[in-house]
Design a protein around this ligand. Structure first.
Ligand SMILES: N=C(N)NCCCC[C@H](N)C(=O)O
Ligand SMILES: O=C(O)CCC(=O)C(=O)O
Ligand SMILES: [Fe+2]
Length: 325
């Protein structure tokens, strides 16, 4: 059932696209609910994704274990000692719209080889992923988790292609080598400070195709802007992902599906963990508005074409505070 009521996000069941056995009727239902959700809010709960609550909780728990390590152990993985993108970012090192975000993070990107554009040009994100060695289960657990998330991302993009009136396989060649990002975020209680500290994570849109957000049971932290400008909570529902679409879907659809502003304000006493998986286009994918979407949205092309990797590089350049290492 698609719930479009103002106070809560709609739900999409992706299971008919993850198994071979999805009936035409069930697939149509998924496509319709996805279309409505992407048009109305750009945020929805995703169920039927095949990831068990146990797997979800294991990842969240490993994230928590990592952030509870002593600061020196975390600093070994610092992005400043690597490629300025892969690795650990201490509290306040992330910046959104020139303000420090009150969280710490650990980022993993799709591994690349020496022929990759990022290595050839000595750019951020060109390095190797940095895994916490003192937590041996961390790497295998996350690597298995990432594989699942890629499959879920591909399935949602298939349903989205149909929702847009394209062939089911339309996005395949644009996302089959997804330049994904898996981010583990730790949020201490937000305390008001002097200076330039903003919120837990300042308002922003995500950059690529889809964000599949796993969050712990903390309520009231993640907020989403609705079309009328008000903010609603995107609270966790056990077993469901909160999914939102990114800037590249906005471009493909000529604004028919919006990449919606969201932010995090965590004022609770607990230490919150979230794990967004950013399912993104291929690094070199050229993204441009689809003809069918241009005609469904007034006939005027709103965006120029963009290479995803270049969009990402521009965004990442503004993501971090310059700190002494
Ligand atoms: N790939 C994504 N979406 N990463 C998280 C973005 C958080 C906002 C970011 N500091 C910004 O200023 O865009
Ligand atoms: O922690 C959250 O709930 C959301 C984080 C987020 O929006 C992001 O990292 O892009
Ligand atoms: Fe986000």
């Amino acid at each position: 059932m698609t719930n479009t009521d103002k106070e809560s996000l709609p739900t999409v069941d992706i299971s008919p696209f993850l198994t071979e056995t999805g009936s035409p009727k069930d697939r149509a239902q998924t496509v319709n609910s996805l279309h409505q959700a992407c048009k109305d809010v750009g945020f929805f709960y995703l169920v039927g994704h095949g990831v068990s609550e146990e797997e979800m909780n294991r990842s969240l728990d490993l994230g928590k274990q990592f952030f509870h390590l002593p600061e020196e152990a975390k600093q070994v993985l610092s992005i400043g000692k690597n490629d300025h993108a892969r690795g650990y970012q201490r509290l306040g090192e992330n910046v959104t719209m020139y303000k420090r975000d009150w969280h710490e993070g650990l980022d993993f990107y799709k591994p690349i080889d020496d022929s990759h554009y990022l290595r050839q040009h000595q750019l951020p994100m060109r390095g190797e992923n940095r895994w916490p060695e003192s937590i041996p289960e961390f790497r295998p657990t996350f690597e298995a988790y990432i594989e699942k998330m890629k499959q879920v991302g591909e399935a949602v993009m298939k349903a989205m292609a149909i929702a847009l009136g394209m062939e089911e396989t339309f996005f395949d060649g644009l996302v089959n080598d997804s330049f994904w990002v898996a981010r583990v975020i730790g949020y201490p209680k937000l305390v008001s400070q002097n200076g330039d500290v903003g919120v837990s994570c300042g308002e922003h849109t995500d950059y690529g195709c889809l964000t599949l957000l796993l969050q712990d049971s903390t309520m009231g932290a993640l907020q989403v802007q609705t079309r009328d400008g008000s903010w609603i909570n995107a609270d966790p529902i056990p077993g469901a992902y909160v999914v939102n679409i990114g800037d590249m879907v906005d471009v493909w659809t000529n604004g028919l599906y919006t990449s919606t502003l969201h932010r995090v304000i965590h004022k609770g006493d607990n230490y919150r963990i979230s794990i967004p998986f950013f399912f993104e286009p291929n690094f070199d994918a050229v993204i441009e508005p689809l003809d069918t979407c241009i005609s469904q949205s007034g006939g005027k092309k709103k965006y120029e074409s963009v290479v995803y990797g270049q969009h990402l590089l521009r965004k990442v350049a503004n993501n971090f505070d310059v700190v002494e290492k």
